[in-house]
Write a protein that binds this ligand. Structure first.
Ligand SMILES: Nc1ncnc2c1ncn2[C@@H]1O[C@H](COP(=O)(O)OP(=O)(O)OP(=O)(O)O)[C@@H](O)[C@H]1O
Length: 339
């Protein structure tokens, strides 16, 4: 029902192009892991290697401690759920969900009982006799999940499973996916390029870039303590302030070594332990939960700081306020990175 996954020095080349450089990653049994990164970073390649649809150019894949590198997809304890659901239009939901069990020679009565349990789990018990075209997109997605889990895989692979849903439904399905994963305890490996989705569902996020893992950690770790500028930027908006050796910055001296000071918009405010000096409010927009403000520091008018302040502050464009920050992250200089 669940298993540990290990990628051991996995590399993949398509001809002369290296899609995965050298990936070492251990996923605990029962963990919800999200592979996150921009288009082309190698997420699907890594997932395909785990599912057995691609054989890596080098390295090994272990599932539950067993070397699966050269084992065919159908002989692995994995199932894959794709974005397009791939439901059979002419079959009832019960038969769709029971399809994998039928392929394994499970008799009708046991199959139907399992299908109905699975449909119950995804909240569609009363629709077992319906056909896929009678369902909404979100419901079809739930059927695909029920079908993937019906065969009791140790590891479920999800390739952009919510990509076809509108934003509101996506958010709702993320919560359901997470709740179902907790209930079944199966290891989930989920691919997305949406950082909010990653944070909503993951126990740990693997941030990928150009065939490499940039950072792997809990949503809090990758958001609040990014390992590098790529992860900091990819996980959300960040203000970047260059720090020269000796702690010199355009805002005055600061107690940091050379690098880039990264501050999330919600870490900048009118109180905090790191003074940023006076700044002039240039623009403010109401975003419901917060006020999104652009400030020009008096000491560095060429720089712009974005801060999310609590709404209800009576600030006007042109006002000058003393800004402070919390949760500073200082990242070392990187070759080629623009601070
Ligand atoms: N069959 C192939 N032949 C050649 N190059 C490929 C092949 N499949 C993928 N690639 C390349 O390998 C890189 C990684 O592709 P991959 O599909 O893993 O990226 P991804 O992170 O999943 O992107 P997306 O979010 O767009 O699906 C890309 O640069 C892609 O162009």
């Amino acid at each position: 029902m669940t298993a540990e996954v290990r990628f051991d020095a996995v590399q993949h080349r398509f001809g002369s192009f290296t899609a995965l450089h050298r990936v070492d990653l251990t996923i605990a049994a029962g963990e919800f892991i999200v592979l996150l990164g921009p288009s082309g970073c190698g997420k699907t390649t890594l997932l395909s290697i785990l599912g057995g649809f691609l054989t890596p150019s080098a390295g090994r894949v272990l599932i539950g401690g067993r070397d699966m590198t050269h084992v065919a997809p159908k002989d692995r304890p994995t199932t894959t759920m794709f974005q397009d659901y791939a439901l059979f239009p002419h079959m009832s939901l019960r038969d769709n969900v029971g399809f994998g069990l039928r392929m394994r020679g499970i008799g009708r009565a046991a199959r139907n009982a399992r299908s109905e349990d699975m449909l119950d789990m995804v909240g569609l018990a009363d629709k077992a006799g319906r056909r896929p075209h009678e369902l909404s997109g979100g419901q079809r997605q739930r059927v695909a999940l029920a079908r993937a889990l019906a065969v009791s895989p140790d590891v479920l692979l999800l390739d952009e499973p919510l990509g076809a849903l509108d934003l509101k439904l996506r958010r709702q399905m993320q919560e359901e996916l997470k709740a179902i994963q907790r209930r079944v305890g199966t290891t989930f490996v989920h691919v997305t390029h949406d950082q909010e989705e990653a944070m909503a569902v993951a126990d740990r996020i693997v941030v990928m870039n150009q065939g490499r893992i940039e950072h792997c950690g809990t949503p809090q770790e990758v958001y609040l303590r990014p390992a590098n500028l790529f992860s900091a930027n990819f996980m959300g908006e960040v203000n970047r302030i260059p720090v020269a050796s000796g702690g010199a910055t355009p805002l005055g001296p600061m107690p940091f070594g050379q690098g880039t000071l990264c501050l999330r918009p919600e870490s900048i405010g009118l109180a905090g332990d790191l003074p940023l000096g006076p700044a002039r409010l240039e623009e403010a927009a109401f975003f419901g939960a917060y006020l999104r403000c652009h400030f020009r520091p008096v000491a560095a008018p060429g720089m712009r700081l974005v801060a999310h302040l609590p709404q209800g502050l009576h600030l006007k464009v042109g006002d000058e306020v003393a800004l402070f920050a919390r949760d500073p992250v200082i990242l070392p200089p990187e070759p080629g990175a623009v601070a």
